[in-house]
Design a protein around this ligand. Structure first.
Ligand SMILES: [Zn+2]
Length: 340
């Protein structure tokens, strides 16, 4: 057990210098100081730096951007435990809990500012605590990393299995072709049921892709079957990261390569309006739907009335899907995708 007081605190501006001080063939655990709480306490993320004996690219992996998604930190932990001395070239930087306040609050966003970290990249040094965290991580990634993986999973309501990558179909269209190609290669190397190209949200891939860093965001597992299937979700995350390392020439290929997954653009998002009963989907991820087809319904338990949720696009039901019947207003229910 390492006492917290023995672990060095490093600020984003001096992180690059610290990484170069880690001897080849060794590793270091640090706390990356990213901001301050409203009372002035230090907000610092636990980070491990692993340097191979030989030079090579630097891969930055972060999890815990959303504090209520336990799968990412557990998947990254499993990967690091399984890594052993398999890193043959380059530097791996693992940030286990990127958003410490949200993690401590067991919520998607820090309760101190109710701000979503994936929507405020690259943040502001003098902003709210979440904007400070965004600014610090963006500084470290931009100055150190040749590739970025952001690990997420579904909440208790949402089952997921897909990878987003930086590309010009996402809301920021300033991503250059080389970054897009390298990001798609990372997505294929990670492997998931579905690879998503066009998606209508500002998120980690658009933000860091536009900063010139090839980036993927993986959403693996979650939902009510977590306890039945968490081992396979965590294994998938660990294997995915092994695939990325091998693709970057930082480790030998994993013994069990994953299939890359099919590529899609999002044609329609189905999002709950005012809650009206209990959500019951009638389709499953991977099913084909046509325009006008029922995707699911809100069932009023008192009257039995079913308020139908209808597909407005033809395509494949995507995999995140809301799989728990209690739905909050504006909750994502499902999406229809078309093959890219
Ligand atoms: Zn997330």
């Amino acid at each position: 057990v390492i006492e917290d007081s023995q672990i060095e605190m490093v600020r984003p501006e001096s992180f690059r210098e610290f990484v170069s001080s880690v001897a080849a063939g060794s590793h270091a655990d640090v706390r990356l100081v990213l901001g301050a709480s409203p009372s002035g306490a230090r907000v610092a993320s636990p980070v491990r730096i692993v340097r191979a004996a030989t030079d090579g690219p630097t891969l930055f992996v972060m999890s815990g951007v959303h504090g209520d998604e336990a799968g990412g930190p557990l998947g990254l932990r499993l990967f690091m435990d399984e890594l052993g001395d398999r890193l043959t070239a380059g530097t791996l930087i693992a940030c286990f809990v990127a958003n410490v306040p949200a993690f401590e609050h067991r919520a998607r966003c820090s309760l101190w500012d109710a701000t979503d970290l994936v929507r405020v990249w690259p943040g502001r040094p003098d902003g709210t605590v979440t904007e400070q965290i965004a600014n610090g991580l963006a500084t470290v990634v931009r100055e150190n990393a040749e590739a970025l993986v952001d690990l997420h999973c579904g909440t208790p309501a949402l089952a997921e299995n897909w990878v987003l990558y930086a590309n010009s179909r996402s809301p920021i269209d300033t991503i250059d072709e080389a970054v897009e190609t390298r990001s798609l290669d990372l997505a294929k190397a990670f492997g998931a049921d579905q690879i998503i190209r066009g998606h209508p949200w500002l998120t980690t891939v658009s933000a860091f892709g536009s900063l010139g860093v090839p980036t993927i965001l993986a959403e693996i597992g979650g939902g009510p079957d977590w306890y039945a299937n968490h081992e396979s979700y965590l294994t998938q995350m660990s294997q995915g990261l092994s695939g990325v390392l091998a693709h970057l020439g930082m480790a030998n290929p994993p013994s069990i390569p994953r299939s890359a997954g099919d590529q899609f653009d999002i044609a329609q998002e189905l999002i709950a309006g005012q809650v009206d009963g209990l959500w019951q989907p009638v389709v499953r991820p991977g099913d084909q739907v046509t325009v006008g087809q029922e995707v699911g319904a809100f069932v009023n338990p008192a009257t039995g009335h079913r308020s139908l949720v209808i597909a407005q696009a033809e395509g494949t039901v995507m995999n995140p899907m809301c799989t728990w019947p209690h739905v909050e207003p504006r909750q994502w229910l499902a999406a229809v995708g078309v093959r890219a």
